[in-house]
Design a protein around this ligand. Structure first.
Ligand code: CO
Length: 210
């Protein structure tokens, strides 16, 4: 069902007409500034499109996506996005979104080489090792993968709270909350993992930088 680029350009023209009709002056308004309240960090998986699943329009969410929605401290791409979203755009909420059945999480659970991506996914093996008893206790492999997907979301929320960018924002009195949610590709529903963090007091002392 692949569409060629000509079809995509035609889709774009139809979308412009429809979107402008529903929101008169929207492109004029967006051309001056962006003022999103949210930073979204999600998986690159094509079935988890940020704006679409939470019903947000252009201009309403700043987005970063990578394989398995990871917050790795050596990733200057993510750190640059985070810094800009927090310090310049002044977002009030960061949404870390994982999804069940994540291929990146599945790959990290296997004892085999996949390529360069194994380096990217390495930190998920650490999460698996730390929670191996709970994960392996589940009887079917799908449930095991899904538990690790949830544990991965929880860890990445913590990782965000361990960055100097987030901690400095809190220290400067900025209201900033990090949320962890997980998406089900099977029914389209998002679940709040109830692991929101909104102050330095909720961060393990060892990881407090400021
Ligand atoms: Co994924």
């Amino acid at each position: 069902m692949s569409q060629n680029i000509q079809q995509l350009l035609e889709n774009n023209q139809a979308w412009v007409k429809r979107f402008e009709k529903e929101n008169p002056g929207i492109f004029e308004k967006l051309s001056h500034q962006q003022n999103p309240e949210y930073l979204w960090i999600g998986c690159s998986d094509s079935r988890v499109p940020a704006n679409t699943i939470v019903g947000l329009q252009p201009g309403e969410v700043f987005v970063h996506r990578n394989v398995a929605n990871l917050v790795n401290y050596t990733d200057f791409n993510l750190l640059s996005v985070l810094e800009y979203a927090v310090n310049v755009l002044g977002v009030s909420d960061i949404i870390l979104c994982g999804h069940y059945g994540c291929g990146g999480v599945m790959a990290a659970m296997e004892s085999q080489e996949h390529g360069l991506v194994d380096n990217w996914l390495r930190s998920i093996k650490d999460i698996y090792r730390e929670n191996k008893k709970a994960v392996d206790a589940l009887s079917d492999s799908k449930a095991q993968v899904n538990l690790l997907c949830e544990l991965n979301v929880k860890q990445q929320v913590k990782n965000l709270s361990h960055t100097s960018i987030v901690q400095n924002a809190w220290n400067n009195g900025t209201h900033l909350t990090i949320h962890g949610v997980i998406y089900s590709i099977e029914d389209g529903l998002l679940k709040d993992m109830q692991v929101s963090i909104s102050s330095i007091d909720e961060v393990d002392r060892l990881y407090q930088l400021v």
